[in-house]
Design a protein around this ligand. Structure first.
Ligand SMILES: Cc1cc2nc3c(=O)[nH]c(=O)nc-3n(C[C@H](O)[C@H](O)[C@H](O)COP(=O)(O)O)c2cc1C
Length: 311
């Protein structure tokens, strides 16, 4: 069983990757998407986006980091992937799932699900541009407006050279509406020889048991569930090994919030919003987080928020 930490733009950045993977259970994590649309990006953008490049593409705790690219131009993506590898990336993921209208208007992300040949071309060209030892993966949704072609699309990506594929079990038109359609993953898994990573609404060990049973998948990626319950990967790992561990309670999680801030460069803007955003996820699971969220919601200033959180 492989457990990956999902890319989440504006939410799971390098400090959050570091913190969540340090808790344990993850085989790898994926960066937020780096968008290529108007030509090549300068080196500093890669480093800003994925500071782990400077440390062998691993988090400080040693978890491998996969760099995700988003775009629709095969050559630009290939050149950029090669650039990322020359800067230290050890694995490249391609985004075929982003539902943002802005991104889709430029034919990126989930818009490509309407053009499977182009998706396959992108995978093939990126694969060819990189040394064989660098894995190339793809993250897709079930389809744009229908899941009917999901297995064919995934198969085309496998034939184009993808090393593994993650499928968020929703179409682009489903947005993030629950429930994820785990049953649609089964025909994809049966069509593929390479690993399929199941993604979408796996927020507890019980969810994974059901997803595993329904989809037949052996590997998974955690997104929002990892934010709601920071030790979820560890719990899944324990379950897999036949052990049971006590889940983190709010009293264990509360100290993680100020700790997250220690991983940002001093003076980074938007940290109050980051804390509120995370608490907004944690309150789904923890009454204490709900109370803390309501306490800090009206506060603007980071010091007052931290004081309230550590009181
Ligand atoms: C705020 C937000 C940002 C996201 N950013 C990305 C991204 O940069 N790249 C990507 O492939 N998926 C992105 N996703 C999709 C997630 O990786 C994941 O597929 C989705 O949230 C479903 O999984 P979950 O139910 O475990 O959260 C994002 C999702 C959210 C909610």
């Amino acid at each position: 069983m492989r457990i990956l930490l999902a890319p989440m733009e504006g939410v799971i950045d390098a400090p959050m990757r570091r913190l969540l993977t340090a808790i344990g259970g993850y085989d790898a994590c994926v960066t937020e998407f780096l968008r290529l649309s108007d030509g090549e990006l300068p080196e500093r953008t890669y480093h800003k986006h994925c500071p782990e490049l400077a440390q062998g593409s691993r988090t400080s705790g040693g978890t491998p980091v996969i760099l995700q690219l988003l775009g629709s131009e095969p050559e630009l993506l290939a050149v950029s992937a090669a650039r990322a590898v020359s800067l230290g990336a050890t694995a490249i993921d391609l985004n075929f799932g982003c539902p943002s209208r802005f991104v889709n208007r430029k034919q990126g992300g989930a818009a490509l699900l309407k053009a499977p040949q182009r998706m396959a071309q992108i995978v093939a060209v990126v694969r060819t541009a990189l040394p064989a030892k660098i894995p190339v993966s793809a993250k897709m949704r079930l389809g744009y407006d229908t899941p009917d072609r999901a297995a064919d699309i995934a198969l085309a990506l496998e034939q184009a050279g993808a090393d593994f594929i993650t499928v968020h079990a929703r179409t682009r038109d489903d947005g993030y509406r629950a429930p994820a359609r785990w049953e649609q993953l089964r025909p994809i898994r049966e069509a593929l020889k390479i690993p399929l990573i199941a993604n979408g609404d796996i927020n507890s060990v019980e969810d994974w048991l059901r997803c595993h049973e329904i989809s037949g998948c052996e590997h998974l990626m955690l997104g929002r569930g990892a934010l709601m319950q920071p030790d979820l990967a560890l719990q899944l790992r324990a379950w897999h090994q036949g052990d049971a561990i006590e889940a983190m309670q709010w009293r264990d999680i509360q100290p993680l919030l100020p700790r997250l801030l220690e991983h940002y460069t001093p003076g980074t803007r938007g940290l109050s919003a980051r804390l509120k955003q995370w608490l907004g996820m944690l309150r789904h699971r923890h009454t204490g987080a709900d109370e803390a969220f309501l306490d800090i919601r009206p506060l603007r200033d980071l010091d007052s928020i931290l004081a309230a959180l550590t009181a």
